[in-house]
Design a protein around this ligand. Structure first.
Ligand SMILES: [Mg+2]
Length: 235
């Protein structure tokens, strides 16, 4: 059995415009200078409390800004701001989901509400065997989201692959003892991902699918006996 766990923002969906704008509105509402685009994107992947603690410091109005951000994000979404899927993602997920002996999961800094909205919009209800959000676990890079996904699917750490665009995903996977693939189309640079522990980075969605399919093929459980010994080959 294999479990592929996907990050959402910057990996499956391109949410940068709505995230940057919502942060901007939240900061202005509290009379604070909004973060630069670079600063705003650097914290994508963290849960809101950790994200805003990073931006305003632990003594800043973290909870108030987080609440303003939540409202601004919801307003922008209903006001027509989109979080489009990266091109090709939908088809890749649907093919992987029906791959034999393979389950898909989500580990995201989004809220349950945010994930629910995405699943409804894309018709993804049946794709994921486990969904871990900022509401269910400590923020990345704490390994809890992955550990809970493993427990929920009864997968072993060595059977799981995390796929993400941020250093937090790389660090989380290392802390959980799972394999990890970095994607270069998100919000953290490939250099930063490598520094955070990525051993493999893919640059396109087709490359991601090819890499995952190759790893799934290398992990065919039918080739070993139940006791773990190699199969007896009969010429
Ligand atoms: Mg991300």
């Amino acid at each position: 059995m294999r479990l592929i766990i996907f990050d959402v923002d910057g990996t499956l969906v391109d949410s940068q415009n709505i995230i940057v704008e919502a942060q901007c509105r939240a900061f202005i509402q509290h009379g604070l200078e909004p973060p630069t685009r670079e600063q705003a994107l650097a914290i994508v992947g963290l849960s809101l409390h950790e994200a805003f603690t990073t931006l305003v410091g632990p003594k800043g109005p973290v909870s108030a800004i987080a609440e303003s951000y939540r409202r601004a994000f919801a307003d922008l979404r209903t006001g027509g701001y989109h979080e489009p899927l990266f091109s090709g993602i939908d088809a890749v997920l649907r093919r992987l989901a029906v791959h034999p002996d393979t389950m898909l999961g989500i580990a995201t800094g989004k809220s349950q509400r945010g994930v629910r909205h995405l699943l409804e919009r894309e018709g993804w209800h049946d794709l994921f065997a486990t969904i871990q959000t900022a509401d269910d676990a400590p923020s990345k890079p704490h390994p809890a989201m992955i550990l809970q996904a493993l427990a929920a699917t009864e997968a072993l750490p060595e059977e799981a692959i995390m796929v993400g665009d941020s250093t937090y995903d790389m660090e989380m996977a290392r802390a959980a003892g799972t394999d990890v693939i970095g994607v270069s189309w998100g919000y953290h640079s490939p250099e930063a991902l490598i520094e955070a522990g990525a051993r493999h980075i893919v640059e396109t969605v087709p490359d991601l699918e090819a890499e995952l399919v190759a790893r799934l093929a290398r992990h065919q459980p039918a080739t070993s006996q139940p006791d773990g010994t190699a199969p007896i080959s009969i010429p």
